[in-house]
Design a protein around this ligand. Structure first.
Ligand code: C2E
Ligand code: MG
Ligand code: MG
Length: 722
């Protein structure tokens, strides 16, 4: 039998007593299962394996003899102790000594099998390599235990997602590999809004259950596009290799926010939380883990400050966000003390007879140095501190006082932040103001947004009940934009829905569902016995459409913008309860007025100019004279954002340009380019490889230092803020 013959060879062929003893010991050794013996030939084929070992590998093992070792075993890459990942093939061909090498049996067995393999190359006296001789041992049980332990060290036991340790390692290794392969990798940092609140009010087991569900939802959205980790608490992270398109990332972040913001069923109760996302992309925002993570963290921080439920891309300006926020808070405190805040009132008009039925109070802040600061900027900052409670209380009181000077049948609506609503003293404040001003509670309408449902629904419902008991009216503002769930309407006692301006903006454009949504919302509220106000109607095409869809109340510029109390009183005094609609025939999306210094690149010249307004598809730029219509330009918007465009209009020092590729939303009301100049491209052009520096496109990229430049073709004039 082949094995016997081989053993003979192993034993060296001596036929004496000590040889018989050796064999016996060897046999016992094999039989007892202490270890097995194996041998390979010079070509790396297995030529001997202890019979017990063959048995252990099961039926498939019958014809292992004669097979190359490397096709029978592989080095296990999951082995947490295995530092070198050199394949078995390498070890054998370099004739390395094998000591306790963990290998996995590649063939089919009932269960996976791991062996510890040792051996040494056998070389004859004349130097001929004869193959390996060695021992082996089955270590399956111990190895599986070790794997399990290491899994626990790498994964979060609650959600099964990777833990911080693993994510750090993954990010390190991905970034290192991608840097040399010139590939991009995005990083998302996620933070749950209001999770702590659920945890505190519903208990830790409920919090754990919620986190598990968050993990499942994240897995469903991300799929195999990236690796998800839970870093601890309510902090999650996603590594997304090979994505640097900010349009795509923005859509993904939006989807994550939507998924995580829909209601959860936790221990038989409903709970709602929100999510904020910060995004950074290597190599643009960081080359190494530390820098990339810091960038994503800053972006997350900005997203949370910007009003939560939002995503945000990293940009160099974010470094100052915290500082700006502090200044804004200090200024706001001063504004409160110095009475710099005002309420303006925008009429809500009944479409059937153009009669004003109420006004919405909107806060205005005229900063002594910075001019008018819109509520969209300062309210979120106030919401992130206790300032919102003071601000909100002031607004309710002032609005009720002012309304007492209007006719008795005209209502006043006041916006209430979710944080203010959740504040324990809120109902008391409303009660007190009602008492102090003597206003009929039915004339006060509190405008809430869907964010009030975030958190613990029981407390929310109690506050609702208390307010209804007081007799005030409740309106659901910006309906359809937030955490959107029709189920709120079932449980909450709203008297009114306000259709958000964003639906009105797009309702007259083709291929938009907005018109259908508007008519559905109107139908729904009729069915539920609620009023509806359509917000943000500016032009007659919108007006006609929403009226046709059944809108009975409209609040929009087509009737009036918000105006100070003094003007409202004057009009009331002159008997004006009615306003005729007036406005443009068709709606033109508003261009954002901006003042932003940008670079304009034409041939090998770079001009400085000022961008005055901006929309997705184009911009108006001041500062260049004599640019012919049809000229192709590249705009440098800073931070590596280059936009190819063509001049469509040109007059004096102002040009209007159309972008070759539309800009995309930056998640927080601004616009940005999908792609940026790649640091890899800059490095290829001789610059050091770093993340993108703030500011403009490096000048050195424009034709380079010494080569003669062409004549500049346009005249550059200085533009100042006015
Ligand atoms: P909102 O409550 O949805 O108010 C409606 C916003 O739409 C107002 O913006 C109003 O000026 C604007 N608007 C109304 N009709 C038109 C139109 O036809 N065209 C255009 N382009 N805009 C129109 P505003 O005053 O800038 O306020 C923005 C947001 O700030 C408000 O949205 C509200 O959420 C918040 N806010 C304002 N005042 C207060 C306040 O006193 N307390 C709280 N918590 N939030 C406030
Ligand atoms: Mg409102
Ligand atoms: Mg609104």
């Amino acid at each position: 039998m082949a094995v016997k013959g081989l053993l003979k060879g192993l034993a060296g062929g001596r036929g004496d007593d000590s040889e018989a003893l050796r064999r016996e010991v060897l046999d016992d050794f094999e039989q007892a299962g202490i270890g097995w013996i194996w041998a390979s030939d010079a070509e790396g084929r297995l030529i001997y394996l202890s019979p017990k070992a063959l048995e252990c590998l099961g039926s498939d093992a019958a014809n292992l003899l004669g097979q190359p070792l490397v096709s029978i075993f592989e080095i296990d890459r999951d082995n947490p102790d295995e530092k070198s990942d050199r394949p078995l093939n390498f070890q054998l061909s370099t004739r390395n000594k094998l000591s306790d090498l963990v290998v996995k049996f590649t063939g089919k067995t009932d269960k996976p099998r791991w062996w510890s393999l040792s051996g040494h190359p056998k070389v004859d006296a004349d130097g001929t390599f004869r193959g390996y001789r060695g021992s082996a041992k089955d270590i399956t049980l111990a190895f599986q235990r070790k794997l399990e332990d290491s899994r626990m060290a790498e994964y979060d036991s609650l959600t099964g997602l990777a833990n911080r340790h693993r994510m750090d390692r993954r990010l390190d290794s991905t970034l290192a590999a991608y840097k040399s392969a010139k590939r991009a990798c995005a990083l998302m940092m996620l933070d749950l809004d209001k999770f702590k609140y659920v945890n505190d009010t519903m208990g830790h087991p409920a919090g754990d259950d919620l986190l598990r569900q968050v993990g499942d939802r994240l897995r469903a959205v991300i799929g195999n596009r990236g690796e998800i980790g839970r870093l601890g608490g309510d902090e999650f992270q996603v590594i997304l290799p090979d994505i640097d398109d900010r349009g795509e990332l923005g859509e993904l972040a939006d989807k994550i926010i939507q998924m995580l913001s829909s209601p959860y069923q936790v221990e038989g109760k409903r709970a709602i939380i929100g999510a904020s996302v910060g995004i950074s992309i290597a190599p643009y925002d960081g080359l190494e883990r530390d820098e990339l993570t810091r960038s994503a963290d800053l972006a997350l921080y900005a997203a949370k400050n910007g009003g939560r439920g939002m995503y945000r891309f990293y940009s160099a300006e974010l470094k100052d966000v915290e500082q700006e926020r502090q200044i804004m808070l200090d200024d706001m405190r001063e504004a409160m003390e110095k009475d710099q805040l005002q309420l303006h009132y925008q009429p809500v008009v009944r479409t059937s007879d153009n009669v004003i039925v109420g006004f919405e109070a909107l806060m205005r802040w005229e900063h002594p140095d910075k001019g008018n600061i819109p509520p969209m900027h300062f309210i979120p900052v106030a919401e992130d501190s206790d300032m919102i409670n003071r601000l909100g209380e002031w607004a309710i009181r002032r609005a009720c006082e002012d309304a007492m000077q209007w006719p008795e049948n005209v209502r006043v609506a006041v916006n209430v932040s979710a944080k203010q609503f959740a504040n324990k003293g809120f109902v008391a404040v409303v009660t007190q103001v009602l008492g102090e001003t003597g206003i009929d509670p039915d004339r006060l309408e509190l405008e809430l947004t869907e964010t009030v449902f975030v958190g613990d629904l029981e407390t929310t419902e109690k506050t609702f009940a208390a307010l209804k008991h007081l007799g005030v009216r409740l309106a659901l503002d910006d309906f359809g934009t937030g955490y959107s769930s029709l189920s709120y309407l079932r449980s909450a006692p709203f008297d009114k829905l306000k259709v958000d301006k964003s639906f009105v903006d797009s309702c007259t454009q083709k291929d938009q569902n907005s018109a259908k949504i508007i008519s559905a919302i109107i139908g729904l509220s009729n069915a539920l016995g609620m009023d509806v106000t359509v917000e943000g109607v500016e032009a007659f095409d919108q007006f006609d459409l929403v009226c046709k869809k059944g809108a009975k109340y409209i609040q929009g510029w087509i009737y009036s913008k918000a105006r100070p109390q003094a003007e409202i009183l004057e009009e009331i005094a002159s008997g004006g309860y009615q306003i005729k609609p007036s406005g443009p025939d068709t709606y033109r999306p508003e261009r954002r007025s901006v003042f932003r210094r940008i670079g304009v690149i034409h041939e090998d010249h770079r001009y400085e100019a000022v961008m005055r307004d901006l929309c997705k598809t184009g911009s108006r730029i001041e500062g260049l004279v004599g640019v012919p219509v049809g000229t192709g330009l590249v705009l440098d918007l800073g931070g590596g954002q280059l936009v190819v465009c063509e001049v469509r209009r040109s007059e004096d020092a102002t040009i209007g340009v159309e972008f070759e590729t539309p800009l995309i939303s930056d998640g927080s009301g601004g616009l940005c380019t999908r792609h940026r100049v790649s640091p890899y491209a800059l490095a290829a052009a001789g610059m050091p490889l770093t993340s993108l520096p703030p500011g403009n496109y490096p000048n050195a990229m424009l034709g380079g230092g010494d080569s003669p430049k062409s004549q500049p073709q346009f005249m550059q004039v200085t533009v100042s803020r006015h």
